[in-house]
Design a protein around this ligand. Structure first.
Ligand SMILES: Nc1ncnc2c1ncn2[C@@H]1O[C@H](COP(=O)(O)OP(=O)(O)OP(=O)(O)O)[C@@H](O)[C@H]1O
Ligand SMILES: [Mg+2]
Length: 460
């Protein structure tokens, strides 16, 4: 099965490249991930007995809960689905039923496995595609006449007519031209089967019919014969299209779905965001569905049950659930008891202050400061942030979070936008191609806004 050689320590290290602090949460998800690998390596009987230790991440808004999950997903080869718990409604109401997340996860895994399989047959598919293209350029049984008339008009190199019986060598010649890129500018006509389903079917599937586990696309596929599409494309693109089509043909979809289901069952991860939104008393007004009802619907899936999908039955016993919520007015203990028991691991994320902001601005691979510098360099503008400027920005973020609402690191986004508003606008027209942002610049741009609480509420 899927091997996940990353140790918990390595997982944390990888997460450290993007998320500052929040060590407990990283640790918890790292252990959970490693446990899946451990479970797959214990004896078969025992591995059936080991259930995942699901996690609840608790912490204020904007401190990295979703970010941790997102990065985790990229680390691991497991099928990973992130979904907002608040999207679900109780069975019988309009909206998504909870089982749809398993279907989505399977769909995702099928795509994943299919892509992997296609990658494996890539070179073979490319070979076949080349032959097919040569067939198009040089039909196998050309009618009487000169081969050159059929295929190589305007190509002086082979325009000196060759007799028919030399088709094979002509084919090799064209193959050579193809490899040398000399045919790249030529157009060929392709006939390919349409793989995309029509718009009508899309409408159906988004209206929830797919949630009944029906294989709508296939049903329609059988009613309407597969459409063929003719298109004129240049040679390199034709090769790509043909290779794609061949790769699809070479992949055994039965095997793919089987492997995908196996992968979901053995190593699927569902990140259930905003779980606090399905906790607590229901609002008395509006067509709100019972949140507790959603929790009850969730229970069998988290506990382990069988869900019917268009690819077959999927057992959910070993899927790992990581949930997250701010839990401001509510607590995890407000969840229905049965569900609480299924989320034994609780980790709290810390709220972020000035020190963390300084690091978030500069350290992560995708740090905001780096982003702005890169963005401006596309305009030929060299943006320089002095150290005290970054301190100042972090300070402002912390102060505004304290005075208005604490939105965590998201505050940095609004502040940076405001700070760089003028430069963003003027960059293409600037004479001076180097701009240094120091603490004075930051104060000058932001002081008035920060001091006026109402103003900062609106702008920052
Ligand atoms: N600890 C952190 N390190 C680096 N970046 C962070 C950190 N916390 C938050 N961010 C940045 O802030 C943004 C918002 O964070 P995230 O989406 O993880 O918030 P959240 O904790 O899920 O909040 P919510 O409860 O509102 O969903 C992210 O895009 C991320 O770039
Ligand atoms: Mg979030």
């Amino acid at each position: 099965m899927s091997s996940n050689p990353l140790t918990p320590r390595q997982i944390v290290e990888k997460l450290d490249k993007y998320i500052i602090g929040q060590h407990d949460a990283k640790r918890a998800v790292a252990i959970a991930l490693r446990n899946r690998w451990r479970r797959q390596n214990v004896s078969k009987e025992l591995s059936e007995e080991i259930s995942p230790k699901n996690i609840i991440m608790i912490g204020p808004t904007g401190v990295g809960k979703t970010e941790i999950a997102r990065r985790l997903a990229k680390l691991d080869n497991s099928p990973f689905l992130k979904i907002e718990a608040s999207k679900f409604t109780e069975v019988g109401y309009v909206g998504r039923d909870v089982e749809s997340m398993i279907r989505d996860l399977v769909e995702l895994a099928v795509n994943m496995v299919r892509a992997e399989e296609q990658e494996k047959v890539k070179s073979k598919a490319a070979e076949i595609a080349e032959e097919r293209l040569l067939d198009i350029l040089l039909p196998p049984k050309p009618a009487e006449g000169k081969v050159s008339d059929l295929i190589v008009d305007r190509t002086p190199e082979i325009s000196d007519a060759e007799p028919l019986q030399q088709t094979d060598t002509t084919r090799e010649k064209i193959r050579r031209f193809l490899h040398e890129g000399r045919l790249d500018g030529r157009f060929v006509e392709l006939e390919i089967s349409e793989t995309k389903s029509g718009p009508m079917i899309e409408i159906f599937s988004s209206s929830g019919v797919e949630d009944m586990g029906l294989n709508i696309k296939e049903m329609f596929g059988n009613i309407f014969p597969q459409k063929k599409k003719r298109m004129r494309v240049k040679v390199p693109e034709a090769l790509e299209i043909l290779a794609q089509e061949e790769a699809q043909k070479l992949v055994d979809m039965d095997k793919v779905t089987k492997a995908a289901i196996e992968r979901v069952e053995q190593s699927g991860i569902i990140f259930l965001d905003e779980i606090d939104k399905i906790v607590g008393s229901d609002t008395p007004h509006g067509p709100d569905v019972s949140r507790e009802g959603v929790q009850r619907d969730l229970l069998p899936i988290v506990e382990g049950s069988t869900v019917n999908t268009r690819y077959g039955m999927v057992r959910t016993d070993h899927i790992l659930f990581i949930s997250a919520g701010a839990f401001i007015a509510t607590k995890p203990s407000d969840l229905i008891p049965e569900l609480q028991g299924r989320f034994p691991i609780r980790v709290e994320l810390d709220s972020l202050g000035k020190e963390e902001f300084v690091r978030i601005l500069t350290e992560p691979h995708n740090a905001l400061i780096k982003q702005y510098i890169e963005m401006m360099s596309t305009e030929g503008v060299r943006l320089i942030f002095s150290e005290d400027a970054i301190e100042e920005i972090a300070e402002v973020a912390a102060v505004v979070n304290e005075r208005t609402e604490n939105i965590g690191a998201r505050r940095l986004y609004t502040i940076m936008e405001t700070l760089l508003d003028d430069i963003s606008f003027d960059a293409p027209d600037m004479e001076e191609k180097e701009v240094t942002i120091d603490a004075d610049y930051v104060r000058e741009k932001l002081e008035n806004i920060v001091e006026d609480e109402d103003l900062s509420r609106y702008i920052l």
